[in-house]
Ligand binder design. Sequence first.
Ligand SMILES: NC(=O)c1ccc[n+]([C@@H]2O[C@H](COP(=O)([O-])OP(=O)(O)OC[C@H]3O[C@@H](n4cnc5c(N)ncnc54)[C@H](OP(=O)(O)O)[C@@H]3O)[C@@H](O)[C@H]2O)c1
Length: 284
Amino acid sequence: MEQRILVIGATGMLGKPVSLQLHTDGFKVKVLARDPERAKNKLGNGFEIVAGNVTDPGSLMSAMDDCDCVHINLSSSTFKELHDVEYRGSLNIIRAAVSKQLKRLTIITGAGVRKENTWAPMIRTRYHIEKEIISSGVPYTIFAPTHFMESIPKYIKGDRALIFGRQPHKIHWVAAADYAKMVSHAFQRKDTENKKFWIMGPEAFTMEEAITMYCKVKCPGISISRIPLSMMGFMATITFKSQFKYVVKTMKYFNKAGETGDPQEANELLGKPITTMSMWLNEK
Ligand SMILES: NC(=O)c1ccc[n+]([C@@H]2O[C@H](COP(=O)([O-])OP(=O)(O)OC[C@H]3O[C@@H](n4cnc5c(N)ncnc54)[C@H](OP(=O)(O)O)[C@@H]3O)[C@@H](O)[C@H]2O)c1
C-alpha cells in the first residue's frame, strides 16, 4: 500500500526539496500549510494541501487523519518562535502522532544538536525535541545535517557578503537535493527506524572559503566583510531587535562549536551525498 506522508514546513528552503523528492519517489504527500494558496504556488500540482498551524493541535489531528507518517521541517527566527513554533509546535505534532499511532515520525534538527552544545538556546530546544521524539514510542528518524549550500546566499546583503565572527571551522556543506534523497530513502527502509543520522557533504570548507567560492561564480566583484561578534552583540542590544539577537546567538554558536558527528551510517543506509560545491554552483 502507498504510504501517505504529512510534511509540515513543506514550503521551507529544506521542506520543499524533501516534498518534491517524496512525490517523485511515489509517496502520497500531504502538506500542512498556514497559507494553502501560497503553498500551492510554491509546490505546484501533485500535493494535497490542507490549512493548519502547529500552534493549533486540532488542525494537526485532522491533517494526520489519513496519514501513515509525518516529517517535521520547522524553523524559527526569534526566541519567541523557537519556543512557540519549534518547541511547542513539535510537542503538539508528537502528541498527535502518538494519538494517531503513526508508523514514522521524522524531523530535521542539526548536526550540532548534542548535549555539549546545549548552552546555545536553539540547540537546547532541539535537544529537548529530539528527546521527546525518542521517548514518544512512535518509530522515528532524526536527520542531523550540517550547513546547507543553499544557506550561503543568505550571507549576501546588498553589494557585500558578510561573515559574522571568525567562523574558523571547516564545514562539510551539503546540497539540499542530496539531503532530500536521503530523507526519501529513510522512508523506504525499515532499518532506518529509531536512528539519528548525521548528514554531511563530500568536501569541507570554512564559511569564508564557501562564501568566496559562491561570490566568484554568482556575484563576482562583490566584497567580503567580516563583522566582529562583539560589535554585532552591541548593535543587537541597542536596537532591541529580537531577530537580530537571535542571529547573534546563532553566529556565536557557529563560531564556537565545530562540526561534529559521524556521517558513516547515513552514507551507508541513505546514500552518500555526492554534490560538490562547484557542481552545485554550476547547476544552479
Ligand atoms: N540552513 C541550514 O544550513 C540548516 C542546517 C541544518 C539544519 N537546519 C534546520 O532545518 C530546519 C528547516 O530549515 P528551512 O530553511 O527549511 O526553514 P524555512 O525555510 O524557514 O521553513 C520553515 C517552514 O516552517 C513553516 N512554519 C513556520 N511556522 C509554522 C507554523 N506555525 N505552523 C505550520 N508551519 C509553520 C513555514 O511555512 P509557511 O511560512 O509557508 O507557513 C515553512 O514551510 C530549521 O530548523 C533549520 O535550523 C538548517
